[in-house]
Design a protein around this ligand. Structure first.
Ligand code: TXA
Ligand code: MG
Length: 495
């Protein structure tokens, strides 16, 4: 098949007859690849079952993996969804048009091939103007998966689409590089609480802000743990480069050292290193590519392009940094873990975690008890110690009362001094204040992993000290610690 390529430009849009031609291909049951703000989509008339069948064929996509319907105006929802729950209205009001897909209960108007037989349908209103113009001109919702061959990284440039689907589809709209670089956030809004089925640029924190939810009110369920995945597409090995890929997680200096060591096992032109713009310069061996810039907030923009580039160069092994602690952590780590097939060298695999403060009667025992209450992994020993413990004292009554009030189990214990034997086996040591970190490092030269709690989760300053304060000050400390400890748990990737 001769694939026609037309273009769309940010300032000039489409050439006059091109948009109409593209819309006509859609209306007559053909396939058009088009840019969106996330990745390129492969579109067809969403109400035409035959056309949708051709999409599965062109991509080599399993037929139980449903498609997203793209709309240009909210009115288009009416014929395709049974109802619009309140939380959906709030989310749509803030994030549409944009990189968010919602799962609704479908009407009979939506063909079963689109939804893989599910009673629900995925809908997104893209922010990309060229995409919305196309949908409007076609006069129908456009069904569109990412425009890649199934199992390949999603396309973020027209060249990627040509590489995968050139001559298998009718038309490709070249709109240059996409803005975001990875697929939309998928949120199931059919239940009592929203469930994130695929993390994306719209983060859990952004959703919390709109819905007034917090902590783990909203779960991310990509279906990787057992049972049937809720977004069927998430079960397939995705985004995979041809080379084998390993993620390396740890603190910055350690990761650099480890990646350099691992990379040197291979010839320099056969090993790829995946990092950010900011850190690309520190590697002097191997083919170094970046997923985007932390500073410019474009992390992920070049991720799929880099994976494809490694394939072209023919590297045999890719070592990738991880992006825990960044705003887009959930989305980026989800894609990178899939690309790596879950392979990770984890330099943060600690078996003992020690919370340290000065006297070990107030803040560090509180952190210990809260952390124990949220960590399920029984292979991790969680303790607390002090730096100045002249004689052993029980935990501050204000702390035990407060924890009891919050139903956090409280163990009877007395303050203990941090000793050399505690440091055996390279534990993670978390202090509450910077001065305590300095003091640990001065006293124990074997202590390799010492951070303040706030530093560990990417923040500055010390944890607030309630000493001399009233009940409110202790309550505030509890809330602060709980928030930080949830972040710490996430950072450690433990259950
Ligand atoms: O950013 C995006 O979402 C891009 C652009 C083109 O809009 N599209 C995209 O489509 O990523 P695709 O087909 O590659 O991914 C669609 C995902 C799949 O994981 C699929 O299983 C899930 O959406 N999905 C579709 N319908 C669903 C439904 N009714 N319930 C649960 N998951 C659904
Ligand atoms: Mg896809």
């Amino acid at each position: 098949m001769q694939t026609r390529i037309i273009s769309w430009d940010k300032t000039d849009g489409y050439a006059p007859s091109d948009l109409e031609d593209a819309a006509e291909v859609i209306r007559s049951g053909g396939l058009v690849a088009f840019p969106t703000e996330t990745v390129y989509g492969l579109g067809c008339d969403g109400m035409n079952a035959d056309a949708a069948g051709h999409i599965y064929e062109a991509k080599g996509r399993p037929s139980d993996n449903p498609l997203i319907l793209h709309i240009a105006d909210t009115e288009e929802l009416k014929p395709i969804v049974k109802d619009i729950p309140d939380m959906a209205k709030k989310l749509m009001g803030t994030f549409w048009p944009g990189p968010m897909t919602l799962i609704f209960t479908k009407t009979d108007a939506v063909p079963d091939v689109i939804t893989g037989g599910l009673p629900t349908v995925a809908v997104r209103m893209p922010a990309h103007i060229g995409a919305r113009d196309l949908i409007r001109a076609a006069g129908t919702p456009i069904a569109a998966p990412s425009a890649n061959v199934s199992g390949r990284p999603s396309p973020t440039r027209a060249a990627h689409v040509i590489e995968d689907l050139g001559d298998r589809i009718d038309m490709i709209i070249d709109g240059g590089e996409v803005g975001i670089g990875f697929e939309s956030t998928i949120i199931d809004v059919t239940g009592s609480r929203p469930v994130i089925l695929r993390p994306g640029f719209i983060t859990r924190e952004m959703i919390d802000e709109v819905l007034g939810t917090s902590g783990d009110d909203i779960v991310i369920d990509t279906g990787e743990r057992g049972e049937a995945p809720k977004a069927p597409g998430m079960k397939y090995r995705h985004y995979a480069p041809k080379a084998s890929m390993t993620l390396v997680r740890g603190d910055e200096a350690e990761v650099e050292e480890k990646i350099n060591e691992l990379a040197r096992q291979y010839p320099a032109d056969k090993v790829g290193i995946l990092t950010s713009d900011e850190r690309a310069g520190i590697y002097e061996y191997g083919i170094v590519l970046s997923i985007g810039s932390v500073r410019d907030n474009t992390l992920g923009h070049d991720m799929y392009a880099a994976l494809r580039e490694f394939d072209h160069i023919g590297v045999k092994h890719i070592y990738a940094e991880t992006f825990y602690g960044t705003e887009l952590e959930d989305a980026l780590m989800n894609r990178l873990m899939k690309a790596a097939g879950g392979q990770m060298v984890d330099l943060m695999d600690f078996h003992r975690i020690i919370f340290v403060c000065r006297e070990n009667v107030t803040i560090s025992p509180m952190a210990e008890m809260i952390f124990k209450s949220i960590v399920m992994d029984k292979n991790i020993e969680i303790i607390s110690r002090g730096l100045v413990v002249l004689f052993s004292e029980p935990v501050n009554r204000k702390v035990t009362d407060l924890l009891e009030a919050h139903s956090v189990p409280c163990e009877e214990q007395s303050s203990r001094l941090l000793r050399p034997e505690d440091i055996d086996g390279d534990p993670l040591i978390i202090t509450m204040a910077f001065t305590e970190k300095v003091s640990v490092l001065e006293q124990f030269e074997d202590a390799l992993h010492v951070y303040t709690l706030r530093e560990f989760v990417g923040l500055e300053d010390d944890v607030s000290d309630p000493y001399g304060g009233d009940a409110d000050a202790y309550e505030a400390l509890y809330l602060e610690l709980k928030d930080l400890l949830y972040k710490m748990k996430k950072r450690l990737g433990i259950s």
